[in-house]
Design a protein around this ligand. Structure first.
Ligand code: SDX
Length: 428
């Protein structure tokens, strides 16, 4: 592989360095190209443009490979736990037993939030979307921990902010749900592990005991692992850009929550279920909806299908599809929209439009079906995605800060009016 590339423009040839990653990915470094040539490159949506070098997650979209710090998603989903994976992603290595226990204990003892945060929660109407509540409560941490605003704190202080965020996000998520239900919030129970504690805060009520179903807790833990990081996706790129201005971790994560909310990104899991329910209400005619998805004049898209990077099966979708079968069987749930989803997938995988464009089910296509079976309401699905993605966002923010990366500030090509003189009102 050559270690340089040439660009010929305006009669001159410019030699640019080429870098190669540990998995053989190759990039042309254009960092000095404008200063040498006066010319920039342009790539709306950054479809072919790398923003950084990262050691956290590797994915190969053509081969359907996803690894966190070198470990395959398949092994981690089968053998690990969400907090162990969170430690791995954030600190780079699998923790030994002592380290993991300390990490878990630290998180357990920071799950409670300041009582005044309930006043912020109470200000939201029950119709508020939980993602808007979640991003607001995350931002509120800057008010209760003002020392977290200092971008140059010690690593111990950053670690404490990380623990607080991992510990409090499930509390915020469950409280956002309670606010929507008009129910009293449930406080954390430090005797329970991460997912069981979240489920009890979500579904428990002060007036009755709540027993966590181990099948549900295990399925949720696996779903969180599958969402934990995904290199430079829209919300992670947002976290890195916001953090590059030396905004605090809490401010950067709050921005990531908002970016994830969009239906083309993390909001797709909610949109998938709404789409499947629409198809079901319409009589289950999947062929009609497939035709709509292919019709350029119809804004309808097959939600949960397609991906910017995966041009093969999203490996997470494969695991989640199997988990959906297992969880629904174990819980004795028979959800007709799972059959509609499978029917759509079978049709899409043999339809030339989808095959030519390499559109496969992504992580969001089946996840909502499991969340439904676990009793999680549709508008909470993207909140579940945020809970899973949190360690990834944290790790990416931490890597960007530790590498001293510059503030993110893209260039542009101006296509507006050339210079012109002001026109007085009388002459317009
Ligand atoms: C996530 O980046 C990540 O890693 C994200 C994520 C993560 O873990 O962080 O994996 C999570 O966001 C998964 C994606 C969830 N979104 C959806 O399921 C929404 C539906 N999917 C699409 O909107 C779309 O596939 C995107 C947004 C996911 C990707 O869009 P791209 O890469 O910009 O591709 P594109 O829109 O240019 O589509 C290429 C072609 C177009 O047709 P042509 O112009 O070539 O004729 O494929 C078509 C599109 O119209 N197409 C679809 C389609 N997705 C793409 N047509 C119908 N239904 C779809 N779902």
């Amino acid at each position: 592989m050559s270690n340089s590339a040439e660009i010929k423009i305006n009669g001159k040839t410019y030699e640019l360095p080429v870098i190669e990653g540990s998995e053989g990915e190759v990039a042309i470094d254009i960092g000095k190209f404008r200063s040498q040539s006066g010319v920039i490159t342009i790539d709306p949506g950054f479809k072919n443009t790398g923003s950084t070098k990262s050691a956290i997650t590797f994915l190969d979209g053509e081969k359907g490979i996803l690894r966190y710090r070198g470990y395959t998603i398949e092994e981690l989903a089968e053998k690990s736990s969400f907090l162990e994976v969170s430690y791995l992603i954030i600190y780079g290595e699998l923790p030994d037993q002592k380290t993991l226990e300390h990490f878990k204990n630290e998180i357990s003892h920071h799950t409670l939030v300041h009582e005044d945060i309930k006043k912020i929660l109470d200000g939201f109407p029950s119709a508020a979307h939980p993602m808007g509540v979640l991003s607001s409560l995350v931002t509120s941490l800057t008010a209760f921990y003002p020392e977290s605003l200092d971008p140059n704190r010690s690593s111990d202080e950053v670690d404490l902010s990380i623990i607080r965020l991992l510990a409090k996000l499930p509390t915020f998520a469950a409280w956002a749900f309670k606010n929507e239900m008009g129910h009293p919030v449930m406080y954390p129970d430090n005797k329970l592990d991460y997912t069981a504690n979240f489920l009890k805060m979500m579904f428990g009520l002060p007036v009755e005991d709540y027993e966590v179903d181990p099948v549900v807790a295990k399925a949720l833990d696996q779903l969180l692992i599958l969402h934990a990081d995904h290199e430079q996706n829209c919300s992670t790129a947002t976290v890195r850009v916001v953090g590059s201005s030396h905004a605090s971790l809490y401010a950067s994560i709050s921005a990531g929550v908002c970016a994830l909310w969009g239906p083309l990104h993390g909001g797709a899991n909610q949109a998938v279920i709404e789409m499947l329910e629409q198809i079901q209400a319409d009589g289950g005619d999947t062929a009609k909806w497939m035709a709509k998805a292919k019709d350029k004049n119809d804004p309808f898209r097959l939600m949960g299908f397609g991906h910017r990077v995966y041009k093969n099966f999203d490996p997470r979708a494969k695991i989640i599809k199997k988990a959906a079968d297992d969880v629904l069987a174990k819980l004795g749930v028979n959800d007709p929209i799972l059959d509609i989803a499978k029917g759509l997938e079978e049709e899409a995988l043999r339809d030339p439009y989808f095959v030519e464009r390499k559109l496969y089910p992504n992580v969001d296509f089946y996840s909502g079906i499991i969340y439904r079976a676990l009793g999680i309401p549709t508008e909470m699905f993207t909140v579940m995605f945020a809970l899973g993605r949190l360690p990834g966002w944290i790790a990416q923010w931490k890597e960007m800060r530790e590498n001293g990366e510059p503030i993110g500030r893209p260039r542009q090509v101006y296509v507006g009016s050339n210079e012109r003189n002001y026109v007085s009102m009388d002459n317009r």
